[in-house]
Design a protein around this ligand. Structure first.
Ligand SMILES: [Zn+2]
Length: 210
């Protein structure tokens, strides 16, 4: 069985996460492929659909396909944008749905995970084939949604409001507090300098192996 990138042309993000220990408790068992909302998500391998729709609060809307004993999960589709039904047979390139940020996602991406027939989650870097993916894809913080920035500020202890993606006094104060802590101008704006410090330029621009 060969496995291909479910969102051809898009690669794993460097912020959150590739496979392994990372920013999440318990590590990360798949890959987050950064891609714009409504990107068609295609089957990584042929198989049959055994779950489709709203899967759970983490995955949100998505699909699970059994590919020759390998359960593959595709998560965070746009609400309602699932294109297959339980029991459907899919082939390479069959569109499963449209990407988004439903469930526990704070910016548009596809979370996908591959489990071998023994139930062990496999690092996609070791099995994905073909040219349609970018190993060193990385995210420019200027492209991230305000919702994602609120999430990062909250993780760092500066923001206690909701992740609503709306600019308000709580968000502005969080930015100001962060700027004060790292000794840059307390403008209260997510300007280029603030974003570069918030995301740690060295971290998110790093290339694999570098
Ligand atoms: Zn993920």
């Amino acid at each position: 069985m060969k496995f291909y990138n479910p969102v051809p042309g898009h690669g794993p993000t460097k912020i959150a996460d590739t496979f392994g220990p990372g920013v999440r408790p318990g590590g990360h068992t798949g890959w987050d492929f950064r891609c714009p909302t409504f990107t068609p998500v295609v089957a990584s391998a042929p198989g049959y659909v055994y779950e489709a729709g709203f899967l759970n609060v983490d995955c949100g809307w998505g699909v699970r396909v059994n590919s020759d004993g390998w359960p593959i999960s595709y998560c965070h589709f746009t609400d309602g944008e699932v294109r297959v039904n339980v029991g459907d047979l899919v082939d390479y390139q069959t569109v499963l749905g449209l990407s988004g940020e439903s469930g526990n996602a704070v910016y548009p991406h596809l979370h996908a995970s591959w489990e071998n027939p023994s139930g062990v989650k496999i690092d996609p870097a070791t099995i994905l084939e073909g040219e349609g993916w970018i190993r060193d894809g990385w995210v420019d913080p200027r492209d991230l949604s305000l919702r994602h920035n609120q999430w990062v500020l909250r993780k760092r202890g500066y923001y206690s409001g909701t992740l609503d993606g709306l600019w308000g006094p709580l968000t502005e104060q969080a930015v100001r507090d962060f700027q004060g802590t790292v000794s840059i101008a307390r403008s209260g704006e997510l300007d280029a300098v603030t974003l570069a410090v918030l995301y740690g330029r060295g971290k998110w621009s790093r290339r694999p192996g570098g």
